[in-house]
Design a protein around this ligand. Structure first.
Ligand code: AMP
Length: 209
């Protein structure tokens, strides 16, 4: 099954996608993670992308599309995948339609006040990439692997505001795009992580039938 996760930054796409990936045995493809890795490794793509990411802007479509195209051609993607953070513009969705058949676009519906609280309190483990909210951390260490946790530069308040504006302008139209294709399913994610994950699974099941 080829799944697209839609939703604003901080909606929980990464958290749910990681769990679903293990359950379904298909890879999670997070373009944000791919860029962060490229930045750490100082590749040309990473250095180019950093200029946009630091400001909360989107990396140009052609850069992201080329990266995803390459990734989807890898053997582990041949039996399904979860796209997390891609597509983020209608142009990206159209490009994706040229190279893949998407079965479900899962919209992780989350109100703005919850998003702002989640993003400002989000910490990421530098070792395993796990994400946590500060309210659940007893110390600055990852509860799963003991690695150091940090706040992403683009989770800082001034950048968060811009990312939400960019989401509304560029990415929210995709809800309509996939609705018109008849493959949109929406999960109401205003509850706890467990409740939200159940909503995600139910929304997925609804489209399978
Ligand atoms: P994320 O971890 O998904 O929130 O992505 C972090 C940042 O990477 C975004 O704010 C963008 O600057 C960039 N990025 C990730 N995915 C895309 C995409 N599909 N199109 C353009 N930029 C992206």
């Amino acid at each position: 099954m080829n799944i697209v996760f839609l939703g604003p930054p901080g909606a929980g796409k990464g958290t749910h996608a990681q769990r679903l990936m293990k359950e379904l045995g298909i890879p999670q493809i997070s373009t944000g993670d791919m860029f962060r890795r490229a930045i750490r490794e100082q590749t040309p793509t990473g250095l180019d992308a950093k200029r946009y990411i630091d400001k909360g802007e989107l990396v140009p479509d052609e850069v992201v599309v080329a990266m995803v195209k390459e990734r989807l051609a890898e053997p582990d993607c041949q039996h399904g995948y979860i796209l997390d953070g891609f597509p983020r513009t209608v142009a990206q969705a159209e490009a994706l339609d040229q190279i893949a058949h998407i079965d479900v676009a899962l919209n992780i519906d989350t109100p703005d006040d919850i998003i702002i609280d989640r993003l400002s309190g989000r910490r990421v483990c530098a070792e395993c990439g796990g994400t946590y909210h500060t309210s659940l951390l007893k110390e600055d260490k990852c509860p799963a692997c003991g690695g150091a946790v940090y706040q992403r530069d683009d989770d800082k308040p001034e950048t968060v505001t811009n990312r939400l504006a960019v989401y509304q302008e560029k990415t929210a139209p995709l809800i309509d795009y996939y609705q018109k294709k008849g493959i949109l399913s929406t999960a109401d994610c205003r509850g706890t992580i467990e409740e939200n994950y159940r909503a995600v699974k139910a929304a997925l099941e609804a489209k399978k039938q």
